[in-house]
Design a protein around this ligand. Structure first.
Ligand code: ADP
Length: 191
């Protein structure tokens, strides 16, 4: 069973590559960003609270996303494996994920990071904002705030997996197919 954490800053291409990976490897995609946006669309109390933070480029509280992931793991007892996208985003989330997996007799196989320079991230996100309408993709200041949040709170999560010898990385600029090929090489070595 392959359980992968796909890692990288906002705009690194996690969503695009996840879609391909789930198709090829038959994995279940768990994106906390998507789960939160579903709550917002449904107008739940959780969604209402999360929206303010997300629109400001700030992480939502750990216990909120950990609870969502716990539920999703329970709803997919027969999954062949999971791709975590946008989670864990803090060290406490990474620790909680290990516990959630351990309680189910499974574990994270590997973290694969997509490496993309900040300048490229900003232009990709501004472009995405034109078509997606996502409020957090609309202006450079807000995007810079998300990248700052990433550098402060999320980048250290890589060390967590490095210390478990589970860290791999791929350069995330270039042809989407080429990047996918690099990811597959790593995946096939894990299998
Ligand atoms: P991106 O990676 O492009 O910023 P996401 O859809 O993954 O987009 O996340 C959008 C927003 O949702 C984040 O800026 C944050 O506010 C919130 N969010 C998503 N995942 C998490 C998480 N694991 N922990 C805390 N906040 C999260």
């Amino acid at each position: 069973m392959l359980n992968i954490v796909l890692f990288g800053p906002p705009g690194a291409g996690k969503g695009t590559q996840s879609a391909r990976l789930i198709e090829k490897y038959g994995l279940v995609h768990l994106s906390t960003g998507d789960l939160l946006r579903t709550e917002i669309t449904a107008g739940t109390e959780l969604g209402l609270k999360a929206k303010g933070l997300m629109d400001a480029g700030i992480l939502v509280p750990d216990e909120v996303v950990i609870g969502m992931i716990d539920n999703k793991l329970s709803q997919n007892p027969d999954a062949g494996g999971f791709i975590f996208d946008g989670f864990p985003r803090t060290i406490p989330q990474a620790e909680a994920l290990d516990k959630l997996m351990e309680g189910r007799g499974i574990s994270i196989s590997s973290m694969i990071a997509l490496e993309v320079e900040e300048k490229e991230l900003i232009s990709r996100l501004l472009l995405r904002g034109q078509s997606s309408g996502r409020p957090d993709d609309q202006n450079e200041e807000l995007i810079a705030q998300r990248v700052k949040e990433y550098n402060n709170k999320t980048a250290p999560v890589a060390s967590y997996y490095k210390s478990q010898n589970k860290f791999h990385s791929v350069y995330g600029i270039g042809e989407i197919d080429h990047i996918f090929g690099q990811l597959c090489l790593i995946m096939d070595n894990l299998a």
